[in-house]
Structure formats: C-alpha cells, structure tokens
Design a protein around this ligand. Sequence first.
Ligand SMILES: C[S@@+](CC[C@H](N)C(=O)[O-])C[C@H]1O[C@@H](n2cnc3c(N)ncnc32)[C@H](O)[C@@H]1O
Length: 210
Amino acid sequence: MSKPQHEGHLGAVYSAKQPEEIAALYDGWADSYDADMSAAGYRHPSICTALLCRHLPRGAEPILDAGAGTGLMGQWLEILGYPHVEALDISKGMLAVARQKGVYKAFHQHALGGNLPFADDSFAAVISAGVFTTGHVGSKGIDGLIRICNPGGVIVLTVKGSLWESEFADHVETLEREKLATLEELTPLYVSMPDEEGTRPSRGVVLKIL
Ligand SMILES: C[S@@+](CC[C@H](N)C(=O)[O-])C[C@H]1O[C@@H](n2cnc3c(N)ncnc32)[C@H](O)[C@@H]1O
C-alpha cells in the first residue's frame, strides 16, 4: 500500500499565501489534526521536546509554545516538569482544541512574524514545532521571539531543511554576529512525517539568547 501524499489539509496549508488564509485552513482542520498527524507518524513535537529538555532546566518557566496548534507539546511539557506553558497560535480553531487539553496557563491568538503582545524578556524559553516551514513563518520571525525571551533562555524550533539552507542559516549567523543569540544545536536532517509520501526533511534548531 502506498503512503498518503501531501493532499487535503496538509497540501492546502503549504500552498496558502496569506496569514488569514492559513488561519482559516487550520480552523477547518483542527478537529481531525491530531488523528491525521498521528497517522502520518508526526515527529516534530517529540524532537522539540527532547531538545528543550536537553537545554532548559526542569521547572523553568514560563514557556511559550509558539504556533501551539492543538497542544501536542503542551501535554508532554507538563509531564516533563515544566509547569507553566502558554499557547500562541494564529488559528482560533486550533487553540480551541488545545484549550480542551487543560494544560496551558494562557492562550494568545496572534500571528508570529510581527509584533508580539508580550514585554521584553517575558519567557524562559520559546518552543515552536512545525511552524517555520513552507508558507508559514520566515526567518525574521525569530527576531520577535528573541525579544520576548530572557537572556540565558532558549528558543527551540524546527525548520524545513531547504529553508535552513536558503535563509535561516544566514539569519542565525547574523544573530550570532550581532551577539543576540548563539546556535547551541542543529540536528541532522530528519523527516517529520515518515508515513506521508513526499515529506521534505527538516532540522531541529536550538538558540541560546545572549
Ligand atoms: C503544522 S502546525 C504545528 C502545530 C503544533 N506546534 C504541532 O506541532 O502540532 C502549524 C501551526 O502553526 C500555526 N501558524 C501558522 N502560521 C502562523 C503564524 N504566522 N503565527 C502563528 N501561528 C501560525 C498554525 O495555525 C498551526 O497551528
């Protein structure tokens, strides 16, 4: 039996152009998202959570789950000893599913990539799985996360491998040159949805805020 291709919801969100379009598509996907991603063997949340545990002491708080979606990581972070995690996402429908899981301390419906509604140095860490990808958020989106993260804190994210090569690597080098952040860890390429035909590989990225 052949693997499912990037069709339906996934194909649509990858080809969306505007943030409003992305939000509407995820609103319509929210109820079946967890089951679909489970069927695709979705790995980003596991990789991100493992990286966070390697770079952030147990109990550090608060943490922002940026592009939290339906809250897959929120559930695991609570189990792993991070008591205060807040969810931010552009999609009201995805946040509504996350809310039902009862693990986040606050919810913010907002777009990454522009001004974020938080004071400087508000978070001990930011974690973001599956958001810095085709058609979603570009490398400049990292800048807003650096502003809201404490010096000494970490940003853990996944980046589509082709985007790492074409823009993120250069952007991170600039952040290092400007002494805003250091690249603490870059994983090898891995496939985020091994049971979905045509999934392009990604990398996990850990930045430390200076
Ligand atoms: C592939 S899902 C990942 C969700 C969750 N992190 C996970 O791993 O299951 C991408 C999420 O990013 C959100 N998203 C896309 N563009 C965004 C933006 N500009 N600002 C905030 N959230 C965005 C979508 O609404 C969606 O919930």
